[in-house]
Design a protein around this ligand. Sequence first.
Ligand code: CA
Length: 219
Amino acid sequence: MTEVPVRILIIEDEPQMQKFLRTCLVAEGYRVVEATKGQEGLDLARTHNPDLVLLDLGLPDMDGTEVTKSLREWSTKPIIIISARGQEDDKIRALDVGADDYLTKPFGTGELMARMRVALRRTARAGQETPDPVMTVGELVMDLDKRQVLVSGVEVHLTPNEYKLLAVLMKNAGKVLRTGSSSRRSGAPRTRPRPSTCASTWCSSATSSRRTRRARAIS
Ligand code: CA
């Protein structure tokens, strides 16, 4: 284990399975955050920024594939599906929408831990290859780890959809984005981004009122 505990988010509604996972992970030195519903899991993912997500597919309020899609709109952290569904179609669907791995219940502790280590190693390697999670465009600074947006050093509070849209624009600064991209799927306002000016438009408007900012994004 590293000095800073690795944070695992468990999204699982079955109490016995939740207890089993919690016991195993805590014994291995992981820090555990738990949710029993999909939306609760998405909220905890935003506030706790876990290093890995263990996700059940059959949740009370939404399907795990929908949770995966939502997470993938802003997070690249590994998602391992843990499900009783063993059909190939279920696995293909989950992997296609962004899950990294798929474990069919019941599974052994050893296999779960091994697959988690593989996923975490892959993320660590990718992290070494990718630049700092802090993106800067002009006076606009976005820290993906802290989920913090600064304009000229002053923190700006955005709605979840505004945050997602801004992240997409900043990651693609200098590129032309087509209408109907992930911003539409996230429920963000319909936009027609312009090359290289999208993020800077946000930068200049972020200090204005929220109403003004939305109006500019829609125009
Ligand atoms: Ca379930």
